[in-house]
Ligand binder design. Sequence first.
Ligand code: SF4
Length: 324
Amino acid sequence: MAADAVRKKLHPEGVVTYIVDRNINYTNFCTEYCSFCAFYRPMGHPEGYVLPKEVIFHKIQETLDLGGTGILMQGGLHAELKIDWYADLLSSIKTRFPRLHLHCFSAPEILHIAEVSGLTIRDTIARLRDAGLDSIPGGGAEILDDAVRYRISRLKCSTAEWLEVHRTAHRLGLRTTATMMFGCGETLEQRVNHLEVIRRLQEETGGFTAFIPWTFQRENTSLGRFIKEEATAVEYLKTLAVSRLYLETIPNIQSSWVTQGLKTCQLGLRFGANDVGSVMIEENVVSAAGAHHRSTEEELRRIIRDAGFVPRQRDTLYRTLFLN
Ligand code: SF4
């Protein structure tokens, strides 16, 4: 009830938003070996891929044909691709699809591109922005507590590095989102540490548009051998509500149907959330780890209406200033 009251204060018009977009995973090659990840393949693995530009263009055209406004493009940390490859990809997409919003490359990818290319974080983000990057997704945060990160993603960036990428992006004028993947054996204190560092950065920059918590999906992951049970729906809803209360300066909280299913996602709208995320024309990462929920735009609109809210399509920056 307290979280619902905060949601109502921030969004008194009773609108719940969603976006039509697509996840494009340009490569699944990765050098990091995170134990919760079922998506990556080591460099040289026969199941590894890097999508050709033409395939990416085709996926974008399909997205636009379905009324989509943007793409969320992320991949593994490829050992050889440098800034020129990424900048060329972004600029060639923007040349063909000038109005498409490019929400791309999580903090670990940005750090990796900087390292492989011998650039600073600032120069890397500025170069990507100049090539067409519009905003940065909050992936790769998992739990922003280094003891947890050391256990589940030892090779990936530290808490301070993740925050520095987002701080730098905000200073360069890019908005970003923040995420939290919980239920991977962390303590409640470590979850609170995560909320606290996000809250502090938001107080400093105001650059986060949304907070998106979801639960660890254990199927096909090596961490899943040790975490016998995924977080329950009750735990998810409680965490959503606490997030809404703790992060009052972040305008939007997203309820996740992809990991929780439509029913729990709908309940989340009374536990502080005001957004149900993406219609997800394509999703490969959590589905590799056992989340197989599917939905359509009409279904998302229906669960929003049935919960007593007005559904409205938004863009990646949570703007609803177009007809729907
Ligand atoms: S979570 Fe990301 S960085 Fe970690 S192994 Fe998977 S693709 Fe690589």
